[in-house]
Design a binder for this molecule. Structure first.
Ligand code: ZN
Length: 305
C-alpha cells in the first residue's frame, strides 16, 4: 500500500512536466532508408530507433546484444527484407513468433516488379530503393503496420503516407530531367557491388558491378580485369565508389583503366542525418531518402555528362 502511494505521488509530481502526447509509439527499424521511411510516415506520433547508421553494410550486419533489447521493447519492427539483412532473418522470425508486429517493408512490392539477377537465381535483388516509385510501394506496409499498433493514428498515417508517395514521385520527375543531360551512350554506371540494378532500370543506365550482388563476396582479380577491359572499350568517363562498401576494388579498377572516380554514392545506407549538401542551387539532407537519391543523381550526372 505504501509503495502504491509513493508511486501515485511520484506520478503526480512528474505528470505536469510531460508533453501532451508523451506516449509515442516505440518503433525499431533496420537500415537508414527504412528508418527515414518510418519517420516520414509516422511523424510526431512515433519514436523510431534505427539500428544501422550511415556507412553500415546491411548484408554483413550482425545484431548486437543491445539491438535485441531494443527489438524486444519495440511495439513494431520494420526491416527492408528480400534477404538484405541476411544475418538478422532468424531473429525477425523468432520475434514475429512471439506475436510482435514485424514487417518487411518490401513485402508490398509485387513480384513482377522485383528483379532476379541471374547470378543469384532463386533470390530477389533487395536494392529496391534505387527506384523511388518501387520504394513508394513500401509506404502501404508502413501505414498498415503503424495503424495496427496505434489505431487512433490510422487516419494520420494514411494522410502522411500519401504525401510521402507524392514526394517520391516528384523526386523521380526531377531525376529524369537531370539524367536527360547525359548522352545516352554515356549512361553506364560502374560501381563496386550490384546495388544499382533498380536505379539503372528506373533512370536508363546500364549497370556494371565489379563485385556480385552481396558484399559478402570480395571481387576477384578476374572481375577487376573484366571491368577494366569494359571501361576502355566503352570509353567510360568516370566510375563510382560506395559509402558502405570497401573502395579497394574500384580504386584498383580506376588505376588500371586510367579512369577517374566520379564520387561516392550512397548505396546501402543514407548519409548522416543533418548533413546538408548543396548542388545546382538546391540544398538537401543526405541523411534522408530523398536527399540520398538526389546526391546520387547529381554525382552520376555531373561526372558523366
Ligand atoms: Zn547491397
Amino acid at each position: 500500500m505504501k509503495r502504491i502511494l509513493f508511486l501515485a505521488i511520484g506520478l503526480m509530481a512528474v505528470a505536469p512536466f510531460l508533453p501532451v502526447h508523451a506516449a509515442k509509439l516505440n518503433v525499431v527499424a533496420t537500415t537508414t532508408m527504412v528508418t527515414d521511411l518510418v519517420k516520414e510516415v509516422g511523424g510526431d506520433r512515433v519514436k523510431v530507433v534505427g539500428l544501422m547508421g550511415p556507412g553500415v553494410d546491411p548484408h554483413l550486419y550482425k545484431p548486437a546484444s543491445g539491438d535485441v533489447v531494443k527489438l524486444q521493447r519495440a511495439k513494431v519492427i520494420f526491416y527492408s527484407g528480400l534477404m538484405l539483412e541476411g544475418r538478422m532473418t532468424d531473429l525477425f522470425f523468432r520475434m514475429s513468433r512471439t506475436g510482435k508486429l514485424v514487417y518487411a517493408v518490401t513485402e508490398s512490392i509485387p513480384e513482377k516488379d522485383r528483379l532476379e539477377p541471374p547470378e543469384f537465381s532463386g533470390h530477389w535483388d533487395p536494392h529496391v530503393w534505387g527506384d523511388p516509385i518501387l520504394w513508394s510501394r513500401c509506404v502501404i506496409t508502413v501505414v498498415d503496420g503503424l495503424s495496427k499498433a496505434d489505431p487512433a493514428g490510422a487516419a494520420e498515417y494514411a494522410k502522411r503516407g500519401k504525401l510521402v508517395v507524392a514526394s517520391y514521385e516528384a523526386m523521380r520527375t526531377w531525376a529524369l530531367e537531370r539524367v536527360s543531360q547525359v548522352p545516352k551512350t554515356q549512361r553506364i554506371l560502374v560501381t563496386s557491388h550490384d546495388a544499382f540494378n533498380y536505379f539503372g532500370k528506373a533512370f536508363g543506365f546500364q549497370v556494371v558491378a565489379v563485385q556480385g550482388l552481396s558484399t559478402v563476396s570480395e571481387a576477384g582479380l578476374a572481375d577487376i580485369a573484366k571491368t577494366v577491359d569494359f571501361i576502355k572499350q566503352k570509353k567510360i568517363k568516370a566510375i563510382f565508389v560506395e559509402s558502405s562498401v570497401n573502395p579497394a576494388a574500384i580504386e584498383r579498377v580506376s588505376k588500371d583503366a586510367g579512369v577517374k572516380i566520379g564520387g561516392e554514392l550512397f548505396s546501402d545506407a543514407c548519409g548522416k542525418v543533418g548533413d546538408i549538401h548543396e548542388a545546382h542551387g538546391e540544398k538537401y539532407d543526405v541523411g534522408t531518402f530523398v536527399g540520398m537519391l538526389k546526391h546520387n543523381i547529381n554525382t552520376v550526372v555531373d561526372a558523366l555528362k
